[in-house]
Design a protein around this ligand. Structure first.
Ligand code: SDX
Length: 439
């Protein structure tokens, strides 16, 4: 223990090198909730040793006030508000304000924010030309990654990320423009004309409009689909220091252009172990084909040599139900019911797979539960969203979380460039030999 100025004991951890009299005392830090954290910043200086944590499963990379997850209790809070309450009572624009600014907006703040986002939904007309360079069958995530990265070319020279107002404008531009680019990536892949955003629609309605409308006929928002889309965006908005958010933070820590940082986040999210899982779940369920094939598939998953994973199951942090999966499952039933879809074989399959997995010791012993991706694809398919657009939708929602985390990083006076170390197990120093002397 060390003591504070007032004499109160401050918790510490002492590390001693076995067989030596060398040790150091490290501060034990506490947040407002969650596990205590050993501050190891002086460990290498005192004892000449690193810590080893591949995948950073037990490492706090930063201090944040945005999102809190209790993986054992299945709790997810955005700025302290439970995801269940926000999904039921709030909407995406209000949640975006909450994540970005830290508090729920009053009526005037909400209206100003909604207007601010709406007024940035259009993109520079020249950006349209970037799409033409892609093959028509390019994956929309490849297009989204490329075109969002290209935004950096339109907002770079006069962008000072140390200026609060310019950070705010960059945040608004990204939250507002990513849905437009995402919808255009889809329209490009099906050869239909791009639909420009409309200022009379909500964020979710506008995204559905740009995805589904055509110039040849009027388009009318479907309140069921708009509400479902809005809720899906809320559920995917942020999730602490996941792989894509950590990518955005690492890129942001170098002072890189925020549009380029978000493009890096999109790239990381695309992987099937992360945001690409929703697309992989649909592919898995379709390949299994019918409920009677599920036991054979489960056997394959349990066979390590198959390298087959039950997509949409498991999580690095949640060792209990992912609270988003529960809400997504309820929303699934609601949307299918309201759309009059009585018989959705994929939903029946998913529910049977969940039932079997949750009674199988392989999954129970490894604390594998459905995650956010397990049911989302079934809703999106019922809403008419094509499978290869599922992760794009995830990126549209997560842009708000990435931008909020990027802003918090830049505004953190203690932030430094991210630079992990390693255990080096390669060749020790040796001298060059000319080719005629090699074996
Ligand atoms: C997201 O981090 C986030 O917050 C991400 C996210 C967000 O909002 O940003 O929540 C979004 O990415 C959700 C996860 C989507 N991915 C998938 O659904 C893909 C399938 N899931 C797995 O690939 C896996 O569960 C991960 C990648 C999600 C987690 O990987 P871990 O942390 O390495 O898994 P683990 O250490 O908990 O695994 C423990 C054991 C291992 O077996 P053993 O070596 O002990 O024998 O469980 C096994 C794993 O092989 N396992 C699975 C499995 N997930 C883990 N076995 C079969 N199927 C699975 N899905």
């Amino acid at each position: 223990m060390s003591s504070t100025a007032s004499g109160a004991a401050k918790p510490t951890v002492t590390v001693t090198l076995d067989g030596t009299n060398r040790s150091t005392t490290l501060p034990l830090l506490s947040g407002s909730i969650g596990p205590q954290t050993v501050d190891i910043r002086k460990l290498y200086g005192d004892l000449g040793i690193f810590t080893f944590d591949p995948g950073y499963g037990a490492t706090a990379s930063c201090e944040s006030k945005i999102t809190y997850i209790d993986g054992d209790a299945g709790v997810l809070l955005y700025r302290g508000y439970p995801i269940e309450q926000l999904a039921e009572k709030s909407d995406f624009i209000e949640v975006a304000y909450l994540l970005l600014e830290g508090e729920l907006p009053n009526a005037a703040q909400l209206e100003a924010f909604r207007k601010g986002i709406t007024n940035h939904t259009m993109v520079h007309e020249q950006l349209r030309r970037f799409f033409d360079g892609f093959r028509r069958d390019a994956h929309p995530m490849a297009i989204l990654c490329g075109v969002v990265g290209a935004l950096a070319a339109f907002y770079h020279d006069n962008l000072d990320i140390n200026d609060a107002r310019q950070r705010e404008i960059a945040a608004y531009r990204l939250i507002a423009k990513v849905p437009t680019i995402a919808a255009w990536a889809y329209k490009y892949s099906i050869g239909q004309p791009f639909m420009y955003p409309r200022n009379d629609l909500s964020y979710a309605e506008n995204f559905l409009y740009m995805l589904n409308a055509v110039p040849a006929e009027p388009w009318k928002a479907n309140p069921i689909l708009s509400r479902a889309m809005d809720r899906i965006l809320v559920l995917h908005a942020d999730h602490e220091q996941n792989a894509s958010t950590s990518t955005v933070r690492l890129a942001g820590s170098t002072g890189a252009n925020p549009f380029a940082c978000i493009a890096a986040g999109i790239a990381a999210l695309w992987g099937p172990a992360h945001g690409g899982a929703n697309e992989a779940v649909l592919k898995m369920l379709t390949e299994i084909g019918k409920p009677e094939n599920i036991p054979a598939f489960i056997r394959e998953v349990k066979d390590k040599n198959s390298h087959t994973k039950l997509m949409g199951f498991g999580h690095r942090v949640y060792k209990n139900f992912d609270p988003r999966a529960k809400i997504m499952k309820d929303t699934c039933h609601e949307v299918l019911g309201e759309l009059g879809i009585k018989d959705e074989p994929l939903l029946d399959m998913a529910m049977e797979m969940e039932r079997i997995a949750l009674t199988d010791d392989y999954f129970i012993s490894r604390k594998l539960y459905p995650n956010v991706d397990f049911y989302s694809g079934i809703i999106l398919k019922a809403m008419g969203i094509p499978t290869h657009m599922f992760t794009v939708l995830f990126a549209v929602a997560r842009t708000t979380g990435w931008v909020s985390q990027w802003k918090e990083l830049i505004e953190d006076p203690s932030q430094r460039i991210g630079r992990p170390r390693q255990i080096y197990s390669g060749a020790v120093q040796r001298d060059y030999t000319s080719v005629d002397r090699r074996g």
